[in-house]
Design a protein around this ligand. Sequence first.
Ligand SMILES: Cc1cc2nc3c(=O)[nH]c(=O)nc-3n(C[C@H](O)[C@H](O)[C@H](O)COP(=O)(O)OP(=O)(O)OC[C@H]3O[C@@H](n4cnc5c(N)ncnc54)[C@H](O)[C@@H]3O)c2cc1C
Length: 474
Amino acid sequence: MRVVIVGGGITGLAAAHRLMELRQEKSLPLDVRLLEARDRLGGSIATRRQDGFLIEEGPDAFLSQKPWALKLCQRIGIADQLIQTNETYRRTFVVHRGKLHPVPEGFYMLAPTQFAPFVRSPLFSWRGKVRMAMDLILPRGPKQEDESLASFVLRRLGREALERVAQPLVSGVYTSDPQRLSLRTTMPRFLEMEEKHRSIIWAMWRERHQQRVNGATGQRESGARYSLFVSFKDGMATLIDALAARLPEGVVRLNHRVESLLPDECGWRLTVANGETLKADGVIITTPAHHAATLVRTFDPVLASQLADIQYASSVVVNLAYRRSDVPHPLDGFGFVVPAIEKRRLIACSFSSVKFAGRAPAGYALLRCFLGGGIQPEIYHLDDDALLDAVRHEMRDLLGITAPPLFSCLSRHPQSMPQYAVGHLQRVAHIRAQVENHRGLFLAGNAYGGVGIPDCVRSGEEAAEKLAGKFVGS
Ligand SMILES: Cc1cc2nc3c(=O)[nH]c(=O)nc-3n(C[C@H](O)[C@H](O)[C@H](O)COP(=O)(O)OP(=O)(O)OC[C@H]3O[C@@H](n4cnc5c(N)ncnc54)[C@H](O)[C@@H]3O)c2cc1C
């Protein structure tokens, strides 16, 4: 059975690795090839070292609450290289009228769960605070299949909750316009809370209380020994390198851009940009949905247009290395997010050398700025010099840094962040139904069921299992 995986990001690698596990566990006769267009594996994930700094050009951590990436780390023997966030400074700031203010303790994404820090916070006006508290008495909203983040937060908690905290915190993850972002796809918990308990504040308070009780009686959840976000001592590329090292020689082909995919009498025929052709019984496409659309257009224009309907945004990461003495701000947090209403050019900035150990030599600081995305798409089109100027301007205004950085590292991520618009789950259900018409074809990646690394791992592994179970078993 010849299987070709298109794309060597975390999804493609997780799929290839799972197929290898299944080959061994079930003695399956699988011959796997992973074709990657670029000259390196990892896709959005890339780590580099410069002058003693460890620089993440893409993601810098992953969520430990979703188990799939952690379980993979345990299976491939790299769990001992995981590192936790620095709990001494576990807080995030929000820019409000040009100044950094901590997100009130106990404020979780959309709503407060602790009374005193919320009431004391200068982030909200008294009117805004009263409006948020009205969530406790407001009735449930109308039953809807899906709803935008903005619509939900506006009706339950009010405009200040949306504009000053929910929008910037959520944009720091999805880079999306809250008017379009699907709540059912990204944070279904909040819709479920309303369905079950009516009030979000009350539901979250109950949850926190329950966690405290469980903690006190020792019934800790399995993920509790990890901080909310984790990374690796030597950076996120550890996961990519470890997966690649476990694949037998000859599986991975770099510089192999798949240009066409066609069904033929024995399965699938793929043509690579260098003119090479490959035959396969099964194909897993793990590229962004717009690339997948190009590959399937010739034999299924309906599927192609469904895939092309999933919009993507482009973003830029700028890492800046400083002498610690050149940064007047105490950097006493993990970083800050910037509400769109502040009209600045940053989405967020992580204090990387505070958040995780080993990111900068002693006496230095590493800051990681995030720009562009679905809210400010025009920023991506600025040239590198203009982007660096914009970032330095923001660092001066917000952190008081006037000295130039020792060096900066700018990384572009064109069309790599899917924008889960309202109705996304239904769109994905239609795509899944349409793919069923093509024996041996599977889709996986960040376009469908979650953008985070754990979701991508799950998506790749599920595609591998489906292929091995359904396809090889038939
Ligand atoms: C800037 C940024 C920061 C992020 N931060 C975080 C974070 O901190 N934590 C987190 O959990 N997630 C984060 N994410 C999200 C997460 O990193 C991505 O969703 C995930 O890495 C996507 O992996 P993937 O394998 O699905 O796709 P990709 O990484 O996009 O990989 C797809 C691969 O397919 C290849 N390809 C495309 N077309 C072809 C073709 N025709 N033939 C062959 N190969 C092809 C590409 O070259 C690429 O290598 C971030 C994303 C970005 C962009």
